[in-house]
Design a protein around this ligand. Structure first.
Ligand code: SF4
Length: 73
């Protein structure tokens, strides 16, 4: 599982709870956006976490968020 204090997580503004996104640093955050509805998220619906290619081999929280969030097609 990705740790929020990981340097890459810090750089991307990743938080395990999307509602804790640093909206001062990252203006892109919109309420409701989270890993589970991000195009890059590879977890299955209903699971608490899943893989994200930005954090190769590590899981991110379904309820998490980062500045690279992309709307799922
Ligand atoms: S790219 Fe998407 S799935 Fe990956 S950490 Fe950021 S918001 Fe979550």
């Amino acid at each position: 599982m990705v740790n929020e204090k990981d340097p890459q997580a810090m750089a991307l503004g990743y938080v395990a709870q999307a509602t804790r996104a640093d909206t001062t640093r990252f203006k892109t955050y919109l309420a409701g956006n989270q890993c589970s509805n991000c195009a890059l998220y590879q977890g299955k619906a209903g699971e608490a976490s899943g893989l994200c290619p930005l954090f190769a081999g590590r899981q991110v929280a379904a309820a998490g968020w980062c500045n690279s969030w992309v709307k799922k097609g």
